[in-house]
Design a protein around this ligand. Structure first.
Ligand code: FAD
Length: 461
């Protein structure tokens, strides 16, 4: 066997790369990992974690409104953006440091810089005059925001990456997109008092989610003050003396201070030298892998967002574990993408696991039973808020298995993690109902839903 510098070289120290590198080094292999920005990757530095801090900062305004209903008077409540951004950045720096320290403790060599492939066993660290060889290579370079580069004025728009570091809180923001990042940031800014408009070209937000969830959430975020414009494309952005003017294809012009494009993400494969190593891409531009995350090159694997399978942090981590088991522990393991729970940290938030109603109607052999409830949460009893919770169970009528759970409302992300255990385990509706309710909670509805949705009661909510 050729003498390589390392047994494994990982490109990208994000969710997937860090886990794979640590496990492999702890297993006694010589491992190095390259990171061109900050250790921790998108999730820790410019994704899940800072986003959740921003959601939590924003939700305080809602808590203050509720507090009034409960008899509290909180005079002069004000929000200071720079104070919050500083606190968030200190915490992100701390977390990134912990990730780097944990790599060191596991015996992984951290290489700061951009790594590109020179051949199937060699990477170059750009600008450092250094090449490193490895027996095996793992690509975990993640994704990047996509914007319509040919749209006039697009250079005036920001993406989620800059939204985490705005020097000041704008008075007005316009967010383009209808996916979870667009909806989450719309909620963040609206909660912080920013006049927020969400514009999406499709017929409703959150494409791919259950239709009841999409309709319910669109209504709820409008109640929270977000102006939602659907079925409309942007044609140009123009900078004026008073702000940015966003032109839409229907002739509308909207003036705002910041325009944020959250119009999707693409695998980060640019100039990575994939062709020199024999690593092929899919038609959509992701790294082509088999079920064990192996690329078209014999000694190269790829995991996480760069493979565009299911772009979530816990999935990238599970793919890393499966890679390690397969390649270094003689235990071929393919991650199972079925019934992965996910949350949208909108306000109110969404939790979802399993099949949407329409997916179930396509894939279940027989009928599908649907149980839906909409109600005002107890928390808002004194507040005058007409915000409503949606809970929906999708059941395969033949097997009686609960194949989908969809929740919109406070704590939905926390609830769905537990519901995911039952869906993954394939429990039946009767087994769900056998669990005694916890009272008074919202979640008790999940084990007490009795009435199936029928065409006659479908609009009762
Ligand atoms: P990443 O975490 O993106 O890591 C890739 C790393 O590789 C980066 O650090 C990058 O700098 C580095 N890199 C790239 N190329 C090179 C190179 N050539 N040389 C050296 N280093 C390189 N997921 C959830 O599960 N829950 C959420 O709530 C959630 N919220 C999100 C919010 C936002 C705004 C965004 C953008 C994403 C969010 N995600 C969320 C998705 C999640 O962040 C990703 O799925 C996850 O980070 C993917 O991990 P990864 O290892 O594939 O890549």
């Amino acid at each position: 066997m050729a003498d390589y510098d390392y047994d494994l070289f990982v490109i990208g120290a994000g969710s997937g790369g860090v886990r794979a590198a640590r496990l492999t080094a702890l297993g006694g292999k010589r491992v190095a990992i390259a990171e061109e920005f900050k250790v921790g990757g998108t999730c820790v530095v410019r994704g899940c974690v800072p986003k959740k801090f921003m959601v939590m900062a924003s939700e305080v305004s809602h808590a203050l409104e509720i507090a009034e209903g409960y008899g509290w008077t909180i005079p002069d409540a004000t929000f200071d953006w720079p104070t919050f951004i500083h606190a968030k950045d200190v915490e992100i720096g701390r977390l990134s440091g912990i990730y780097a320290a944990n790599l060191g403790k596991a015996g992984v060599d951290l290489v700061h810089g951009r790594a590109v492939l020179k051949d199937a066993h060699t990477v170059e660290i750009i600008g450092k005059g250094r090449t490193i060889t490895a027996e095996k290579i793992l690509i975990a370079t993640g994704g990047r925001p996509w914007v319509p580069a040919d749209m006039p004025g697009i250079e005036h728009a920001i993406t989620s990456e800059e939204a985490f570091h705005l020097p000041e809180l704008p008075k007005r923001i316009l967010i383009a997109g209808g996916g979870y990042i667009a909806v989450e940031f719309a909620g963040i800014f609206a909660g912080l008092g920013v006049e927020t408009t969400l514009i999406y070209r499709g017929p409703n937000i959150l494409r791919g989610f259950d239709d009841d969830v999409r309709a319910h959430l669109a209504g709820e975020i409008e109640k929270r003050g977000i102006k939602v414009i659907l079925g409309c494309q942007h044609t140009a952005i123009e900078k004026t003396e008073t702000g940015l003017v966003n032109r839409l294809e229907n002739g509308m012009e909207i003036e705002t201070d910041i325009i944020m494009f959250a119009t999707g993400r693409v695998p980060y494969v640019k100039d990575l030298g994939l062709e020199t190593a024999g690593v092929e891409l899919t038609e959509a531009g992701a790294i082509k892998v088999d079920e064990f995350s192996k690329t078209t090159a014999d000694n190269i694997w790829a995991i996480g967002d760069v493979t565009d399978r299911m772009n979530l942090t816990p999935v990238a981590i599970r793919e890393a574990v499966a890679f390690h088991e397969t390649v270094y522990r003689d235990n071929p393991m393919a991650f199972d993408y079925e019934a992965v729970a996910t949350a949208v940290f909108s306000q109110p938030p969404v939790g979802t696991v399993g099949l949407t109603e329409s997916e179930a109607r396509h894939s279940c052999p027989g009928e599908v039973d649907v149980y839906v409830t909409r109600f005002r949460p107890m928390k808002y009893a004194f507040t005058g808020s007409d915000e409503r919770v949606l809970m929906k169970l999708v059941v395969d009528a033949t097997s009686q298995k609960v194949v989908g759970v969809h929740i919109v409302g406070p704590e939905a992300p926390e609830m769905i993690q537990l519901a995911a255990i039952a869906v993954k385990a394939g429990l039946t509706k009767a087994q769900w109902d056998a669990a005694c309710a916890v009272h008074p909670t919202m979640a008790e509805e999940l084990v007490t839903l009795k009435e199936k949705q029928t065409p006659a009661n479908v609009s009762a909510g």
